[in-house]
Structure formats: C-alpha cells, structure tokens
Design a protein around this ligand. Structure first.
Ligand code: UDP
Length: 242
C-alpha cells in the first residue's frame, strides 16, 4: 500500500473504497489491528510529541481525516486521492458489519451516548451484534479490557478524542482479544444524534471545519493549529527540496 509522510506521520494513500477493503483485510488477521484517522491538528500535535508520533506510525492504517491533510500532501508533492473522514469510514463499514453479522463494541463518549448510538445504528443495521458499551470517562482500563475480552468483538469504536484514543489502543493492544480497533473521536456523538455532521454542502466545499467552528466557537484554540500545520508543511517541503 502506498503511503505518504506528513511532518513525520505516515498516511496511507487510499481512497474510501480502498480503506474499506483494507479494513476488511485486517478483519481476517488473527490479532488486533489499529486504524487511526489523523487530521491536521493531530499531525501537528504529533510533530511536538514523539511518543504520539510513534503511536500513529505503528498503526495498521492511517487515513487522511481532514481536508488539511489532503492539501498538506499536495503541498509536499505527494498527493492523496481524497479525504477519508473517520466517521465516514465507520459509516461505510456498518453495511459490511451488518452483512457479516459482526460483533461491534462501542467505547467512548459520555454516559448514555453509547446506548443512543447503538439504538440508531441498529435501526438501519439490525444484524450488527453490538456486544458491549463503555463510556469514555474512566480511571481504570481493566474493566474495559475485561468487557472487550469477554465479548471478543470484530470491531471496537474507540471514541475518546485524540491523542487519548490512539494512546489507549496502543497501550492495550497486546492485552485485547478483538480484531479492528478504530480511533474515531466524536463519531459516537454523531451516531447518538448528540452532535451533527456538517451539511453536505459544507463537506463538498471542504468547509466542514468552518461549520464546526461556527457551531462551537470554543474550537478556535484547536483550529489555530491549522495555519501552523500549513506553515510547518510548507517549511518541510522547502527543507526537503534543499
Ligand atoms: N471523550 C471521552 N473521554 C475523554 C475525553 C473525551 O470519551 O476523556 C469523548 C467525548 O465525549 C467526545 C469525544 O471523546 O465524544 C471527542 O470528541 P472530539 O469532537 O473532541 O473529537 P475529534 O473527533 O475532534 O477528535
């Protein structure tokens, strides 16, 4: 599989359809796999956090979650075909899970979010076997690991926000009996109907970030990483050339 490197973070150069096929392949492996969905904020953070960068680079699949990553790859002269948002990848995997009657474990979000996400997912995909739910506010990982190991899920949606979710997956991977673990941030909130995805027009115009900022102006601090990311990528291009 082709990859590109942005500020030291490996991104797999895949379309959505290829990402779905890759995950199907990971399901066949007899060991847990990690799928991460870095956006520009996450990559910029990893630039200054070596441990986090190593965690991201040790995954089985990293998809380009944000349009910033797509532009970053273009600036570096190594374009990637399209944005593969974590939530969209999860949505595209639900029919696969339904067909396989796969076991899915929902981990993350506030108390109640997982249950509401389960109800909404099952309305459309009744054959998915949602075998467990744990909220994302915990002090001890042991009961979560136990619940996952008791149910041996095919998929675990790990929705704790970055970098917590990626670090949790990395730290516990060896102890877990499951197949594909996906770090997909606020996706359970969207499945639960607590948070909305931006309207299609914003997504098509690559302005989902702007919509999210309008809805939640407190994201401005995090968003300031976006221009810093752009500058860092442009500088890394210059250094690479020289
Ligand atoms: N969250 C959690 N445990 C924590 C911190 C956050 O379960 O200790 C959840 C939070 O409730 C939300 C998600 O993680 O559902 C993070 O959402 P955010 O929109 O920040 O993530 P993004 O998709 O932007 O990475």
């Amino acid at each position: 599989m082709k990859t590109v490197e942005i500020l030291g973070v490996r991104i797999n150069n895949v379309t959505m359809a290829e990402a779905v096929e890759t995950v199907k392949g990971l399901l066949e492996k007899n060991a847990p796999s990690a799928v991460y969905t870095p956006n520009s904020e996450i990559i910029y953070r990893a630039k200054n956090d070596e441990e986090f960068k190593n965690v991201l680079n040790s995954s089985d699949l990293n998809v380009a979650d944000g349009i910033g990553v797509v532009y970053g790859a273009k600036i570096l002269g190594t374009p990637i075909p399209e944005r593969v948002a974590g939530y969209d990848l999860a949505c595209n995997l639900l029919p696969v899970m339904n067909e396989k009657k796969a076991k899915l474990f929902l981990f993350g979000g506030k108390e109640g979010v997982g249950q509401r996400a389960k109800e909404n997912i099952l309305k459309k995909y009744p054959d998915i076997n949602i075998v467990g739910i744990k909220n994302g506010y915990f002090t001890d990982s042991a009961p979560i690991i136990e619940a996952i190991n008791e149910t041996e899920p095919d998929f675990v949606f790990v929705c704790l926000g970055a970098p917590k979710q990626e670090k949790w997956i990395h730290e516990n991977k060896e102890k877990l009996k499951c197949r594909v673990m996906m770090g997909i941030g606020g996706s359970l909130d969207v499945f639960a109907g607590e948070a909305e995805r931006a309207p299609d027009i914003f997504i098509k115009m690559n302005l989902e970030w702007f919509y999210r900022l309008m809805k939640n102006p407190s994201r401005i601090g995090r968003m300031m990483d976006l221009p810093k990311f752009g500058i860092a990528v442009a500088l890394s291009r210059v250094t690479k050339k020289s």
